[in-house]
Every structure is written in structure tokens, then in C-alpha cells.
Ligand binder design. Structure first.
Ligand SMILES: NC(=O)c1ccc[n+]([C@@H]2O[C@H](COP(=O)([O-])OP(=O)(O)OC[C@H]3O[C@@H](n4cnc5c(N)ncnc54)[C@H](OP(=O)(O)O)[C@@H]3O)[C@@H](O)[C@H]2O)c1
Length: 287
């Protein structure tokens, strides 16, 4: 049986990867900063430590076949990813990354020049991709699950996150977790870069309407109001707030189109059609 290490298991992406891996009966270990607070299933082996602590990372990677890495919202994200990549290589673990990666050097450099705030993320992913870990590098579009941060606002009738009027591709992370778990457990999964995405691009008005229909009440899109950052400040803090404001500034100004060829690849990787935002919202409201 595959033994796998999951980073970020108490967070959004890693938590869903952990749920999927546990559901499939995988032998899971998680590196967590606080064992008492972690609240993970009993079958999960816990190693307590911070990603900045090389010894803890080394201990967590000992004896695993594969490891999932998502970059936390931390100011030292390049340093901790570097430690992780080096130690994964040393441990002989296959690396599965979920986040944002541009494989082509010139395209990556151009993206960094256009969006300097993303340079650390581009840099850490490029480093992980260069390691001798047979890395599978998955880029993810805008998460459906992001809306949960603003659930109280949405239920109060306001959808505050800016999404470009031409639409932004949105992915249900449950789909991403299925593919990521397959990559973690299939020792023959091909190294390389993959784009994981949802079936459609949605703008703010459309996303608000989907929530309104599921909740049976009016939900007004306010992402074009310059005050949208105030809603973010009420719900987030620290580096996560900084990262989210940067990301949504970008999502408000740049569309993310949905390439049918990529949806076809996603469907093949998943073995079923990717879930829509309406699927996600319905399940979330009925949970
Ligand atoms: N939101 C989007 O639409 C989107 C789209 C594409 C890519 N991304 C990328 O996804 C990543 C964020 O993932 P997420 O939403 O799952 O984040 P998250 O919910 O904030 O979870 C972060 C996880 O990392 C852990 N962590 C934080 N600092 C750590 C440290 N120093 N050592 C060990 N563990 C640490 C946290 O554990 P604790 O419980 O101890 O805090 C938590 O489990 C970012 O890199 C972002 O750029 C996001």
C-alpha cells in the first residue's frame, strides 16, 4: 500500500486531498503544526512540526512513497518549499504539487514581469519541478471553496469577491483532490505539468446568482465596488489576506477562459465530468 505525506492537511486544498486519500484507504501521514488542534481522522499518522524546521520535514518524509505539497500563505514560502523539495528528493519520495506552475522558462519570466507579486510562487514551483522527485505539478484555477470564506456575507445577501465580467474558470477542489490523490497513489503517474480546472468560467454576477438560487434569496454581486477589500479584511488576516487581495485584484482585471481541450483532459483524468459551481453550492447548502 502507498504511504503518502500530506502538507497543509488542516487547510483547504490539503484537507480535501487528505479526505480523498483516507476514503481510498491510503496510508496517510500529515505534517501539522499543532497535533491537538489538527482534528484529523484517527487513521492519519501525525508528525508535529513546521515546514521551516528541516529535521521535522525529514522525519515526516521518512519512509513515504509520495508527498503532496501546497504552498502555505507564508512570507518564507520560497525557503520552506526549497527545504521540502530537497528533503523529498533525499527521501526518494515522489512529489505531487498543487498550486500554480508555469513550465516554460520564458513564459514564467514574462508572467513574473507582468505580475511581480507572483514571482515567489513561480519560483518555488519551478524549484520543485526541477527536483529529482518525478514531480507531478498541478496548476489549479479559482476554487469554488473560496466562497466559504465569505459564506456569512453571501447568506446576508452580498457576494463580495471580484471576478472579471468575462468570467474566471472555477474548480471544485473535490475534483482536484481526486486527481491529486490518483497522482499520489499511482507510482506510474507521469511526471510533468497539468492544468486542473472546472467546466466553466463564471463572472461575479453569475456566481452570485448560483448562490441566490440555492439559498432562495437575493445575493447581490459587489465585487466591482472599490470597497470589496473591506469584506476581505473582515474575514482574513496576515499573509493570507495579502495573498488573497493580490489574487482577487488580478481575477477582477483578467478573465480566465475555459479551454474545452483542457476540460476534456480534466474529464479523462477524473473519469467523470468536472463538477459545476452549481453542484458545489447545492452540496454545500445541503450539507
Ligand atoms: N484560492 C485559490 O483560488 C487558489 C487557486 C490556485 C492556487 N492557490 C494556492 O493555494 C495555496 C493555498 O492553499 P490553501 O487554500 O489550502 O491554504 P490554507 O487553507 O490557508 O491552508 C494552509 C495549510 O498550510 C499549513 N501551514 C501554514 N504554514 C505552515 C508552516 N509554516 N508549516 C507547516 N504547515 C503550515 C496550515 O496549517 P495550520 O493549521 O497550522 O495553519 C494549513 O494546513 C496558495 O499557495 C495559493 O496560491 C489558491
Amino acid at each position: 500500500m502507498t504511504k503518502t505525506l500530506i502538507i497543509g492537511a488542516t487547510g483547504t486544498v490539503g484537507g480535501l486531498v487528505l479526505d480523498e486519500a483516507v476514503r481510498r484507504g491510503v496510508d496517510v501521514r500529515a505534517l501539522v503544526r499543532n497535533k491537538e488542534r489538527a482534528n484529523l481522522p484517527d487513521t492519519v499518522e501525525l508528525v508535529q512540526g513546521d515546514l521551516a524546521d528541516r529535521e521535522a520535514v525529514r522525519t515526516a518524509l521518512r519512509g513515504v512513497d509520495s508527498a503532496f505539497y501546497v504552498s502555505p500563505h507564508e512570507t518564507n514560502e520560497v525557503e520552506i518549499a526549497t527545504v521540502f523539495g530537497e528533503e523529498a528528493q533525499r527521501a526518494g519520495a515522489r512529489l505531487v504539487f498543487g498550486g500554480f506552475h508555469i513550465e516554460d522558462d520564458d513564459a514564467r519570466e514574462a508572467a513574473g514581469s507582468a505580475i511581480p507579486a507572483y514571482i515567489p510562487k513561480l519560483k518555488l514551483a519551478a524549484f520543485l519541478a526541477s527536483t529529482d522527485t518525478r514531480p507531478a505539478m498541478f496548476s489549479l484555477t479559482n476554487f469554488d471553496q473560496n466562497d466559504e470564506i465569505f459564506r456569512a456575507d453571501i447568506e446576508a445577501g452580498v457576494f463580495p469577491t471580484p471576478l472579471h465580467s468575462d468570467g474566471v474558470n472555477r474548480i471544485d477542489l473535490r475534483d482536484a483532490a481526486e486527481v491529486l490523490t490518483t497522482a499520489l497513489t499511482d507510482k506510474d503517474f507521469a511526471a510533468g505539468s497539468y492544468q486542473l480546472l472546472g467546466p466553466e468560467s463564471l463572472n461575479g454576477e453569475q456566481s452570485a446568482r448560483i448562490w441566490a438560487e440555492a439559498l432562495g434569496r437575493e445575493v447581490v454581486y459587489t465585487g466591482d465596488d472599490p470597497e470589496w477589500r473591506k469584506a476581505f479584511e473582515r474575514r482574513l488576516s496576515g499573509q493570507k489576506l495579502v495573498d488573497w487581495i493580490r489574487s482577487f485584484e488580478l481575477l477582477g482585471s483578467a478573465p480566465i477562459a475555459t479551454d474545452p481541450a483542457e476540460v476534456e483532459i480534466m474529464t479523462k483524468l477524473l473519469g467523470h465530468a468536472p463538477r459545476t459551481l452549481a453542484d458545489y453550492v447545492r452540496d454545500s447548502v445541503n450539507r
